[in-house]
Design a protein around this ligand. Structure first.
Ligand SMILES: Nc1nc2c(ncn2[C@@H]2O[C@H](COP(=O)(O)OP(=O)(O)OP(=O)(O)O)[C@@H](O)[C@H]2O)c(=O)[nH]1
Ligand SMILES: [Mg+2]
Length: 299
């Protein structure tokens, strides 16, 4: 008999994680995987790329695919690409996790539900239940959610407090086809270190700066070299306008130093080795609407 690495009844497949901006999709992905691979912040539209997080249990391998928050308020070529990434992902997966915020179902959530392909197998994750003051509010909310779409299951969770995550994986597993694992049990993402390094820098910009600059910013890795156990990484932050460059640098370059040092700590934790990180800032006007630049920046 041919050797099969997976026992009978093993299930494996892709599960999209979708929802409006800021509902906690990336936090959920990270907590499911147990490592930070997708960046998060309090600001909407932090995620711009498709990022997978692989969860392997004794009876399943779920490849969760984090996606940008779907939104229609702000228009740019970058936003169009992000929305397209969501619809494309929905068409490619075996199952979907629709993330909603407990206590706050909005028109933006309904817009995401309208994107779900007919016949899609969807689990609704009602996230941030730790914020609910009244536990009794949960049941009527689940009834409200159930009326929106024929969900396979509705699971209350708290990504941040890691509540309900096993139940969520169980419900998603039930929607996947039977089959052998596609990835090794120790693999956690299909993204490489270069991508993750750029993302960690971008996360610090989202966390440390105000409402304008993060959206005018992207990050490219110019150099990524191994020197023994050490990684030498050169990154460039591109901004839209000259005044944003000054804001990003801060007095005497202080803000830039904080961005670089906090990003480096994240890299060292995930990569498991020392990182030497240098970050520059350059102005590239109109990059978010320039197809050629977007392609160059990996969008
Ligand atoms: N209280 C609470 N906050 C949460 C929970 N999950 C996520 N958050 C917070 O919600 C905010 C948004 O989280 P993200 O994971 O970045 O949200 P997202 O849906 O990926 O957002 P976009 O990528 O911008 O679409 C962050 O401030 C998180 O800390 C939760 O279970 N409870
Ligand atoms: Mg996100």
């Amino acid at each position: 008999m041919a050797e099969d690495r997976s026992p009978a009844g093993f299930r494996c497949g892709y599960a999209a994680v979708v929802g409006r901006p800021n509902v906690g999709k990336s936090t959920l992905l990270n907590r499911l995987v147990g490592q930070k691979i997708s960046i998060t912040s309090r600001k909407a539209q932090t995620t711009r790329h498709r990022v997978t997080g692989i969860v392997t249990t004794p009876d399943a391998q779920v490849v969760f695919v984090d996606t940008p928050g779907y939104q229609m308020k702000h228009r740019s070529r970058l936003n169009d690409r992000m929305n397209r990434a969501v619809t494309q992902c929905l068409a490619d997966v075996d199952a979907t996790v629709l993330v909603l915020e407990a206590g706050r179902i909005t028109d933006a959530d309904r817009a995401v539900i309208r994107l779900l392909p007919a016949g899609a197998r969807v689990v609704a994750a009602l996230n941030k239940i730790d914020r609910l003051e009244d536990r009794d509010a949960l049941l009527p909310q689940m009834a409200e959610v159930a009326a929106l779409f024929p969900f396979a299951a509705i699971v209350p969770v708290s990504a941040e407090k890691e509540r309900g995550l096993d139940a969520l994986v169980t419900e998603v597993r039930a929607l996947l086809p039977e089959g052998a694992a596609m990835f090794g049990a120790d693999e956690i993402t299909d993204r490489d270190e270069r991508f993750l390094a750029a993302e960690f820098v971008r996360e610090k910009i989202f966390r440390l700066l105000g409402e304008e600059v993060p959206y005018a910013t992207t990050v490219a890795i110019d150099r990524f070299e191994h020197e023994g156990a050490m990684r030498r990484i050169h990154a460039t932050i591109y901004v839209d306008r000259e005044n944003q460059r000054a804001i990003l640098l801060g007095a005497g370059g202080s803000r830039m130093k904080e961005i670089a040092s906090t990003a480096r700590i994240d890299m060292e934790r995930l990569f498991g080795g020392k990182v030497f990180l240098e970050v520059w800032v350059r102005v590239k006007g109109g990059w978010a609407d320039d197809e050629a630049l977007l392609a160059r920046f990996g969008y």
